[in-house]
Design a binder for this molecule. Structure first.
Ligand code: PLP
Length: 506
């Protein structure tokens, strides 16, 4: 190219006509996928390396047509997926999708702005301020977590990120009180043996010595919620040996069995000792839109932060985690940065006034997608009433499954059901040792999943291997739950779990 000549228009990658045509083709593919998703084996049986044999070993030198690419998605990619949106997906905690969630995600991807500061996209930040307040009100959070009440919220990608941010805020608050960074080796974090592993990982990331992470034992007697009494004992022992309790987590809806920690009791303990209390309601937070579940969050006004994932059980496509804090300043003083390359906007920022939020200071990353538009688009067409009905339907389906188990003496419900997760196992027969029971339940789970007709996962609680049936898929109806129950019974029979005697005794 000669000096000064214009570069050729080699690639007009955002030509609106092409965008409209290709996007329609993608939408048709996705709609077809949802039409057929029930027919696919839920859990993929792909083997490592399977795509290497099907795809070229380098990216194409010359462009390829979208039709061909989408054909390869159908032929090579879809068959190797585990189908999280299948109505027969009962594993982990399902993640939700919806027409509105998809529309919101399209708007986010299509507008493709980066609202890291107020100035970088004012309406996106303003919408996020509004939508986190909407969400907080819907799930019954105390006003102190809303922007309108002096707190505030942010939309992050995952609970794991949100937890790291709260740990950093709690650490800095404690270190300020203790007068210097050297005290970091004295800070202690408390979680239960049912808390998500992210707390341990997060504590490590923010520099808490791993020997200062306390895992408090839970028991069947407290339905696997931690008791404030056992946390108190650990806290007092630490204080007596010169350590500084810094952070405690209360989970509402634990990952393994859906247990609930006593938020108020932990909050009172936390307040007495100046400990940061985080409420993790990643999954069950969605259920808090129903008044009948809101008691599980009783005492939330004593917490410093609360998080939940609309992408789990609130019809919002991946990813979306709401994090609220009672004192935004404590969070932002731990996370803010003001590099020179952002200074060109600082005057406009100053003109925007103190109420303008810079979300870069509320999270780890600088760049961030426009999640607020997605959640806003989800909340409007379904409304609070629609969302309540959605949640209650799942809970009722789980209740039905639980009752079916209780009526069949081969099975036992292994932990009390509070929301839409049912944990169960084949009951030991009178001559059966722990290992034999575990082996039998493992076999049952393998047989269920190998059938391709459902996908469930397991947990180990009180040394018992239990199967988790997590109802929560957007496409799951009663007939799928009934089919899952039939499948469980059929496979239990096939693996030979029969009564000890002809009278049917166990
Ligand atoms: C109670 C709880 N906390 C945290 C997480 C982690 O959430 P994320 O994947 O958004 O980081 C989960 C995931 O299932 C969870 O159940």
């Amino acid at each position: 190219m000669a000096t000064g000549s214009a570069p050729p228009d080699a690639l007009l990658s955002l030509d609106p006509e092409t965008l409209a045509r290709e996007s329609r083709a993608v939408i048709n593919l996705i709609a077809g996928y949802y039409r057929d998703v029930e027919k696919y084996p839920v859990k993929s049986d792909a083997v490592p390396g399977c795509l290497r044999t099907l795809l070229p070993d380098a990216a194409p030198e010359n462009g390829e047509p979208m039709d061909l690419i989408l054909e390869h998605v159908r032929r090579h990619i879809v068959p190797g997926l585990t189908h999280w949106q299948s109505p027969n997906f009962f594993a982990y905690y399902p993640v939700n999708a919806s027409a509105a969630g998809f529309a919101g995600e399209m708007l986010s991807a299509g507008l493709n702005i980066v609202p890291f500061s107020w100035v970088a996209s004012p309406a996106a930040t303003e919408l996020e301020n509004v939508v986190v307040d909407w969400m907080g009100k819907l799930i019954g959070l105390p006003a102190s977590f809303l922007f309108s009440g002096g707190g505030g919220g942010v939309l992050q990608g995952s609970t794991c990120e949100a937890v790291v941010c709260t740990l950093a805020a709690a650490r800095d608050r404690a270190l300020r009180r203790l007068g210097g960074h050297e005290a970091i080796t004295r800070l202690v974090v408390y979680a239960s043996d049912q808390s998500h592993s992210t707390f341990q990982k997060g504590a490590r990331i923010v520099g808490i010595p791993s020997s200062n992470f306390r895992v408090i034992r839970t028991w069947a007697a407290s339905t696997y919620g931690v008791t404030a009494e056992s946390v108190r004992e650990a806290v007092e022992a630490d204080v007596a040996s010169g350590l500084v309790p810094m952070y405690v987590c209360a989970t509402v809806g634990t990952t393994g069995v859906g247990a609930v920690d006593p938020v108020r009791d932990l909050g009172e303990l936390a307040r007495r000792h100046g400990i940061w209390l985080h409420v993790d309601a990643a999954y069950a937070g969605g259920a808090m839109i129903c008044p009948e579940f809101q008691d599980y969050m009783d005492g939330a006004e004593l917490a410093d932060s609360v998080s939940m994932n609309p992408h789990k059980w609130f019809l919002t496509n991946m990813d979306c985690c709401c994090l609220w804090v009672a004192s935004p300043d404590v969070l932002t003083s731990a996370l803010s940065s003001n590099p020179e390359y952002l200074n060109n906007i600082s005057q406009e920022r100053a003109a925007a006034g103190p109420a303008a939020v810079d979300y870069k200071d509320w999270q780890i990353a600088l760049s961030r997608p426009f999640r607020a538009i997605k959640l806003w688009v989800v909340l409007r067409p379904y409304g609070a009433a629609g969302m309540r009905a959605y949640i209650r339907r799942h809970v009722e389906m789980a209740k039905w499954f639980e009752q079916a188990l209780q009526a069949d003496e081969r099975f036992e419900v292994a932990a009390p059901r509070k929301f839409s997760l049912v944990c169960f196992r084949l009951r030991p027969r009178y001559d059966e040792g722990d290992e034999a029971v575990e082996e039998l339940n493992r076999k049952l789970l393998v047989a269920i999943n190998a059938s391709g007709r459902a996908f469930m996962t397991h947990f180990v609680v009180d040394n018992k291997f239990v199967i988790r049936m997590a109802v929560g898929g957007a496409m799951t109806e009663m007939r799928h739950v009934r089919d899952a129950w039939e499948l469980v019974r059929e496979k239990a029979k096939e693996i030979g779990h029969v009564p000890n005697d002809s009278a049917g005794h166990y």
